[in-house]
Ligand binder design. Structure first.
Ligand code: V47
Length: 370
C-alpha cells in the first residue's frame, strides 16, 4: 500500500521531469512534503542527466577571505558579525590582506579568492576598490569572486550615491571577476522581517545581480534555509531565482545554505541544525526547480564532506572547493573542517562513481581524474 501511495504523490512530478517540463510551486511543495527521500534524489539525478549533465563533478582550488566582520545590519541568523565596539571586531587593511593572500598563494597556488564581509559603515568605497586593485596587482591570475549583493548595495550608500552599475564598473575595472551569492537569505518579506529586518529588500538583491549579468559579470545565488521559513517560501525563493535566470542567464551556480544556529538568537530559542535528510532534499528540489542553472553545489563546509558526496546523487554536481579558511559557518557552530586538500576532494568524489574535475571559477576545466 505504501508503495502505491508514494507513486501517486510524486508520479505527476516524474511525468513532468521525464517530459522536460518546468515544475511549478505545487510540484516543489509535493517534493518537499514527500518523505520518499530516495525517489526525490533519483528524480533530481534524472533531471540533471536529461538536461545534459554528465558524470563530471567540479571543484575549485580557492581561498576564503573576510576583511572585516563589522556589520551594521544585525541579522538574527548571523554569528559572524560584530559591532565596532565588540572585542572580536576587526578590519584588515588592504596591504595586510594582500600580503597574507600572496603568501597563501605561494603555498597552494589557488585560482580563486572568495571574499565576503560585514557591511562596515566605517570604511569608504575607495577602501574596497583599493583592496581589489591591490589583490589583482599582486595575484593577476587569481579570479576575484568578492562581495555579496548586500555589500555592493552598501557600497552605494558609503560612496555617497553611486548606482549599483557605477559601483560594479569601478570594482570590475579594478579587477573584480564575479559576485558570490550571499545576502539572498529567503526572499519572502515575512521571513526577512523576522530574520533580517535591517537588510535590503529582495528587489535590491535582484537589481545588483541583474546589473552584474547585463555587464557580463557572472554571479552565484544562494538560499538560507532551515530557520523560520515554510516550504512554500523555499519554493517561492527558487522560482524567483529561476525567473531572474530566464532574463539574464548570469547565475553560474546555486548553493543551498543550511542554517547553523549556534551563537545566534535562534539557538536561545531552541533551534537545531538541519537534518541530513532535509539537506539532501533541498539539494534535490533545487536541482529540480532550477532547470536553468547548470551547477548546484553541495557545500561540504555546511554539510560535511561525507554527506556532500551523497548529495552528488541528489542533483549536485559541484562540491565548491578547498576553501582553506571559513569563518561564517564555524562562528555559528559548524563542526566540519575548514579546508579540504585536493586529494581528499578527489577521493570523496571518485568513491561516488563520478569523475572529479578541477575547474576555474568560470567552469573551465583545469584537470580531470580518470
Ligand atoms: O548571506 C550567515 C549565510 C551567507 C549563517 O557564492 C549563514 O559560492 C548558515 O555568501 N548559518 C554569506 N548560513 C556566505 C556566502 C556564500 C557562502 C558559500 C558559497 C557562496 C558562493 C557564498 O552566509 C549569508 C547568509 O545567507 N549565513 N550566517 C548561519 N548562521
Amino acid at each position: 500500500m505504501a508503495t502505491i501511495e508514494m507513486q501517486t504523490t510524486l508520479a505527476p512530478v516524474r511525468e513532468k521531469v521525464e517530459a522536460g517540463e518546468r515544475l511549478d510551486l505545487e510540484d516543489g511543495l509535493a517534493l518537499l512534503e514527500s518523505d520518499d527521500l530516495l525517489e526525490i534524489g533519483e528524480l533530481a539525478d534524472l533531471a540533471r542527466r536529461l538536461r545534459g549533465g554528465t558524470d563530471d563533478v567540479f571543484f575549485v582550488q580557492n581561498m576564503n577571505l573576510y576583511q572585516t566582520n563589522i556589520c551594521r545590519v544585525k541579522c538574527k541568523f548571523c554569528a559572524f558579525a560584530a559591532t565596532q565596539k565588540q572585542e572580536q571586531a576587526y578590519t584588515i587593511t588592504a596591504e595586510e590582506l594582500v600580503a597574507d593572500a600572496a603568501h597563501q598563494h605561494e603555498l597552494s597556488g589557488f585560482t580563486e579568492i572568495h571574499m565576503v564581509n560585514g557591511e562596515n559603515p566605517h570604511i569608504s568605497f575607495d577602501f574596497y576598490v583599493d583592496t581589489i586593485r591591490q589583490l589583482h596587482a599582486a595575484l593577476p591570475s587569481v579570479h576575484l569572486k568578492c562581495y555579496t549583493a548586500s555589500e555592493i548595495h552598501h557600497m552605494t550608500t558609503v560612496s555617497g550615491g553611486l548606482t549599483h552599475e557605477e559601483v560594479l564598473r569601478e570594482l570590475k575595472a579594478a579587477g573584480l571577476g564575479s559576485l558570490p551569492g550571499g545576502g539572498a537569505e529567503i526572499f519572502a518579506n515575512r521571513v526577512r522581517q523576522l530574520v533580517a529586518p535591517g537588510k535590503e529588500d529582495p528587489e535590491i538583491w535582484f537589481h545588483v545581480h541583474d546589473t552584474a549579468h547585463r555587464m557580463g559579470m557572472p554571479t552565484h545565488c544562494t538560499m538560507l534555509y532551515g530557520h523560520v521559513e515554510t516550504y512554500e517560501e523555499r519554493v517561492d525563493h527558487l522560482i524567483r531565482l529561476r525567473e531572474q535566470q530566464d532574463k539574464t542567464g548570469g547565475f553560474l551556480a546555486f548553493i543551498p545554505l543550511a542554517f547553523h544556529p549556534e551563537n545566534t538568537v535562534f539557538e536561545r530559542r531552541g533551534w537545531r541544525h538541519t537534518t541530513g535528510a532535509d539537506d539532501l532534499k533541498m539539494l534535490a528540489v533545487s536541482r529540480l526547480m532550477l532547470d536553468n542553472i547548470e551547477h548546484i553545489k553541495a557545500y561540504w563546509i555546511m554539510m560535511g564532506m561525507p554527506l556532500a558526496a551523497v548529495g552528488l546523487h541528489f542533483g549536485a554536481n559541484d562540491v565548491q572547493g578547498t576553501v582553506v579558511r571559513e569563518t561564517i559557518f564555524h562562528a555559528a557552530g559548524a563542526v566540519t573542517e575548514t579546508e579540504q586538500k585536493i586529494d581528499q576532494l578527489v577521493r570523496f568524489v571518485s568513491e561516488t562513481g563520478r569523475t572529479p574535475v578541477q575547474r576555474d571559477t568560470l567552469y573551465n576545466e583545469i584537470r580531470r581524474w580518470a
